[in-house]
Design a protein around this ligand. Structure first.
Ligand code: NAP
Length: 295
């Protein structure tokens, strides 16, 4: 294998250790950071994500509570619950676990979270600030995690060509903005690809940094990667695997076996971006508590 592995688990563990120190300092000043996670329904993937987030909070001393609501909760009742949490001083941060059932308009719910408590940075106010190049507010966790992975691996995007595959508001779009920011640790020339891109490989082959967030296994294969490139695989896809007790395993969007022979650095799935997303959720919660404590 040619590529060095970018170890998201190890980098996230370092970040969590730093955050634990910050939480202890806040607690000494009388502020315990608090996160409310709202889970609608019992989708197994969402339940396991929320459980992992609650455990990560507990490990570093963040107070967290999971508010479990039935899948058929009316939108207005969910809005009332969000409103209560906006006014609850125990919580500095609110996480609405996505996706929501189809009768609920995701945007209406995200818009209802107070921008100061918007731990995922998906409120239009926070996304708007990000678009203006302001990075002092909450930044969506996964793109922020990718930027940290690059920084902690010694990969400077400045002057490089970065290609992002996927244009969701959760991952691809904010990441493209972060990479293109006129700032230290950014300053890349960015190409944003999607299903309307005519020849995906023609773009990815020119990438010094290639981030793939398409949600489809095998989106990027070895022939689509420039030798020596840094490849970050955001994809998290469950595929059937009869050899596993649970009957499935997680794979990314990148053909790891082939691409790792060509790339210079690469992340794995699992163990790459996933742990960073959780670390950034903790970081955003601590930041919100710090800002609230200072105010
Ligand atoms: P999404 O909302 O479904 O967006 C996927 C994007 O990829 C869309 O913009 C889509 O284009 C584009 N796309 C899909 N197939 C493509 C192809 N063959 N060629 C080029 N573009 C393609 O997904 P998401 O929320 O951004 O998540 C993406 C993946 O990351 C998923 O596997 C998700 O589970 C994973 N994820 C992981 C983490 C983590 O912490 N590890 C966090 C968030 C998401 P169009 O816009 O044209 O449809």
């Amino acid at each position: 294998m040619a590529a060095d592995i970018i170890d998201g688990r190890a980098i996230a563990a370092e970040l969590r250790a730093d955050l634990a120190g910050e939480v202890a300092l806040l607690a000494a000043g009388g502020v315990t950071p608090g996160l409310a996670a709202v889970l609608v329904g019992d989708d197994p993937g969402s339940v396991s994500y929320v459980t992992a987030k609650a455990e990560a909070c507990a490990e570093i001393g963040i107070f967290s509570e999971t508010i479990r609501l039935p899948a058929d909760i009316p939108q207005d009742a969910l809005l009332d619950r969000i409103d209560e949490l906006n006014g609850d001083p125990r919580f500095h941060a609110i996480l609405q676990q996505l996706p929501l059932p189809s009768h609920i308009d995701e945007r209406v719910i995200l818009d209802a979270i107070a921008p100061a408590k918007d731990v995922d940075g998906l409120h239009p106010t926070n996304l708007g600030r990000l678009l203006r190049g302001e990075t002092s507010g909450p930044i969506p966790c996964t793109p922020q995690g990718v930027m940290h992975l690059l920084a902690r691996s010694g990969v400077d995007p400045a002057g490089t060509h970065a290609v992002v595959v996927g244009r969701s508001s959760l991952v691809g779009r904010p990441l493209a903005v972060l990479l293109a920011n006129k700032a230290t640790g950014a300053n890349a020339t960015v190409t944003l690809c999607h299903t309307g891109t005519a020849d995906l490989g023609a773009h990815t082959r020119t990438a010094d940094i290639l981030v793939v967030a398409a949600g489809r296994p095998g989106t990027v294969t070895a022939d689509m990667v420039k030798p020596g490139a840094t490849v970050i695989d955001v994809g998290t896809n469950r595929i059937d695997d009869a050899s596993r007790k649970r009957g499935w395993r997680l794979v990314g969007d990148v053909d790891f076996a082939g691409v790792s022979e060509v790339a210079g650095r690469i992340t794995k799935v699992p163990g790459g971006v996933g742990p960073m997303t959780i670390a950034m959720l903790l970081a955003n919660t601590v930041r919100a508590a710090r800002v609230a404590g200072a105010g």
